[in-house]
Design a protein around this ligand. Structure first.
Ligand code: PEP
Ligand code: MG
Length: 324
């Protein structure tokens, strides 16, 4: 089995019926990025910048951030990297004093893009660092916890202003850096058609999207299996997002934990997913599963999946795909 996985490492990411599927990695650490590269990840689909902010008492300055992002870009030698702006909130214990303390409901509080837009200089420093790194290879910028169009427009304006400023200063930056949003707040998923023309790609964050759709804390074990992909509402929202992205010809990925669970790969392919982003340790298993799937047949069976009315019926659909 190990030998088979080793062989797989060098094979292209194609399904049994020859559909090209991207399998990116979620990685932050130097080791994680090296592993992703060695295992044939098509890119970095999610680089969580929080860790830069969590490891010290001081806010990382532009130069420190720039070096981290540049190393990431160079580490992937030309494959695209997706850098997510800070997703800090009261749920993550930072020592910089940036996030609010003791929020009554951190998951619904001042986190992600809300915090970045509220703190003067935070977004500017981060965007400058990311744009400077774009001079070293393909970079995409991803915004966490987007709820509404206004947030995207505010970042876009800032991004354009900063890009012009950096060019005036003589920095070599990429002519175009893609700007995308996480789809993890249900309102953003539902209202996506209203701002899809403002963005270049989307990344579905199922950890949070499921949490908010099902009102089920992603970290509360007492809820058992309530935090699940296998709920008709979750499938419906994801399918709508994927279809809309396809219609507008923008890339759409899933980068929550479930993307790395190969049991769900056929289901995600049926929903129309063409871009996975998974923990490096899941890369080979997910790629192997995709290689065994008939993507056209899975997509053709999407209507029957969408008719499922409960978890048991969704699981029956999954069983049927295994049998075919
Ligand atoms: C998600 O919410 O699914 C996600 C990928 O982001 P994070 O786990 O960092 O909240
Ligand atoms: Mg999230």
């Amino acid at each position: 089995d190990q030998r088979e996985l080793n062989r797989l490492r060098r094979q292209p990411n194609r399904s049994r019926d020859d559909v090209s599927i991207q399998v990116h990695a979620n990685a932050e650490s130097r080791e994680g990025v090296a592993e992703a590269h060695a295992l044939g990840a098509t890119g970095i689909g999610l680089y969580r910048t929080e860790f830069l902010f969590l490891r010290s008492n001081d806010l990382p300055e532009e130069q420190e951030q720039f070096q981290a992002y540049r190393d990431l870009v160079l580490g992937m030698s030309g494959r695209p990297v997706t850098i997510r702006t800070l997703d800090l909130g009261a749920d993550k214990a930072d020592r910089t004093g940036l996030a609010l303390r003791d929020e009554p409901n951190p998951a619904m509080g001042m986190r992600g893009i809300r915090l970045s837009l509220a703190r003067t200089g935070l977004l500017e420093t981060q965007l400058r660092a990311i744009l400077r790194a774009s001079g070293y290879g393909p970079v995409r910028i991803l915004l966490p916890m987007v709820t509404m169009r206004e947030e995207v427009r505010a970042v876009r304006a800032e991004l354009d202003r900063i890009a012009a400023e950096l060019r005036r200063e003589g920095h070599e930056i990429a002519p175009h850096v893609a700007l995308g949003t996480m789809i993890e707040v249900p309102a953003a998923a539902i209202a996506l058609s209203g701002f899809i023309s403002d963005i270049d790609f989307v990344a579905i964050g199922t950890n949070d999207l499921i949490q908010y759709l099902l009102a089920a804390d992603r970290n509360n074990d007492a809820l058992g299996e309530l935090h699940t992909l296998l709920h008709p509402a979750v499938l419906r929202v994801m399918r709508d997002v994927l279809l809309l992205a396809k219609k507008h010809a923008i890339p759409a990925s899933v980068c929550g934990e479930i993307a790395g669970d190969a049991r769900f790969s056929p289901l995600l392919l049926a929903l129309g997913l063409e871009e996975f982003s998974v923990h490096p340790s899941s890369l080979l298993e997910v790629r192997r599963t995709i290689r065994s799937c008939d993507v056209h047949a899975l997509r053709a069976s999407a209507p029957s999946l969408m008719r499922a009315r409960d978890r048991a019926q969704i699981e029956q659909w999954m069983q049927r795909q295994l049998a075919s």
